[in-house]
Every structure is written in C-alpha cells, then in structure tokens.
Design a protein around this ligand. Structure first.
Ligand code: C5J
Length: 238
C-alpha cells in the first residue's frame, strides 16, 4: 500500500486500483490563442499546471498506473449541446462557432484536442464529455469499474468547474480522489484556493488534496521497485 502526504490526512492507494485522471487539458482552455484567452482570461495561470502534470503523467506510465484523459466538447451537429449551455454568457462567439482554433469545443477540432505536452498514448482511454462532470453522459464509470479502479489521482482544469464537478460526481459514486493542488488550475486564483479548501474540508468531505512532488516520489519509488524485480526475475530465468 502506497502512502502520500495529503490533507486532511495521508492518502493510501494500491497502484493496481488507482488511475491518473487528467481533466480537459485542451488547447482551447490552456494554450495561448485559444477560446479561454479569447474570453479575456490569463492562460498562464492554467499553463502553470502543465509541467507538474507532465512529470506525473510520465511517472504514472512508468509505474504501470492507468491514465485516463477527458475532453469537454460536443458533437459536430451540436445535438448534445443544451440550448442553455449555448446561451450562457451571451457570448458573441461561443460553443460551436468558428473560433481561433477551429469550431469552439467541437470534437475533432484543433482547439478541442489535448495539448501537445500531455498527448495521450495509444491505449490510454480518452473520455469525451458534453458536461462539466466527467461521469455525466460518458462511459467513465464503466471504464473504471471494468478495470477495478476505486481511487483517482486528479489533475486538470479548471479547478472550480470541471475538476470540482468531477470530484463530486466521483465521490458520490464511491471513488476516493486525491487532487494534486499544483496540477489543477483556474483562471481565478481565489476560486483555485476556495475550491481546494472545499474538497478537503470537514475531514475530506469530497476527497484529499496533495502536492505532485509527494506523489511523484511514491510513483518513482514504485517504478524503481518494478524495474529491479524485473531484472531479478530475468537473471533468475537466465
Ligand atoms: C470550463 C472546464 N471551465 N474544463 N470547463 O468551462 O473547466
């Protein structure tokens, strides 16, 4: 059983029953020149999460931990876009309209896809979601259940919207979530702080909050152990 320093108390997990869930690290939210920036947001606040998430992603792959990516977006015919979501914000250019990186939050468009730094590897599930929560109208729960996953290591954007909604959905479905504070990000620093506070409040009402360096140390130790035991097994077989 691995143990990671976290709040409100240590988070314990087995590598075989945990997944790294990377939420909506899409060009339109994170990259300069995308939809998020066109709305007047400072994307450097989101980009701060990219390097720590990339380090975790690489370590999780080496440790044999399942990695799942999500993307927020809609069908090309927008049949799954609620008119309320389309109307919200009274935007001149909104979801489904031509934007700086193709049609905004439409599947298959450049801006809808995951940033180059965190590109999914073959075999890693990519869950396309029409809502903020990753469980709503997706097969995420089925993917997790079929692989025996009961715990989630959560990264992504934005903290107070899709990350928080997903963590709350996961919590109600019986999953334990460890949210990595430096691997989630918001355009609004005060929302980042309060969203993380809410997750770990009241003894961890929605889950745990930790730092990627502490998880990284645990994953790297696990990867070293796996490598050493493979070498020993090879020597014994030779
Ligand atoms: C937003 C998201 N903020 N991925 N989406 O609309 O958090």
């Amino acid at each position: 059983m691995a143990r990671v320093r976290a709040e409100p108390y240590v988070f314990r997990f087995e590598a075989s029953s945990v997944a790294l869930l990377i939420i909506d690290m899409q060009r339109d939210f994170v990259d300069p020149g995308g939809f998020g920036e066109a709305l007047g947001n400072d994307v450097s606040l989101l980009r701060a999460a990219v390097s720590p998430t990339k380090r975790l992603l690489e370590a999780a792959r080496k440790a044999g931990i399942l990695v799942i990516h999500t993307r927020e977006g809609h069908r090309r015919d927008l049949a799954d876009l609620p008119p309320t979501k389309k109307a919200r914000g009274r935007l001149k250019t909104g979801i489904g309209d031509p934007g700086p990186m193709g049609r905004i939050l439409v599947r298959g468009e450049h801006g809808h896809d995951i940033i180059d730094e965190l590109r999914p590897m073959a075999g890693e599930p990519v869950v396309d979601k029409p809502g903020k929560g990753a469980f709503y109208a997706t097969d995420l729960d089925a993917i997790l259940k079929s692989r025996g996953i009961g715990q989630l290591l959560v990264c992504g954007v934005t903290t107070e919207v899709c990350v928080t909604t997903t963590v709350r959905e996961a919590n109600d479905r019986g999953y334990d979530c460890l949210v990595l504070a430096d691997c989630v990000a918001s355009y609004f620093p005060e929302f980042q702080r309060s969203a993380l506070e809410m997750i770990k409040a009241q003894g961890g009402i929605f889950g745990w909050v930790g730092m990627s360096a502490d998880l990284l140390a645990v994953l790297e130790a696990k990867a070293r152990k796996t490598k050493n035991s493979n070498v020993t097994a090879k020597r014994a077989a030779a």
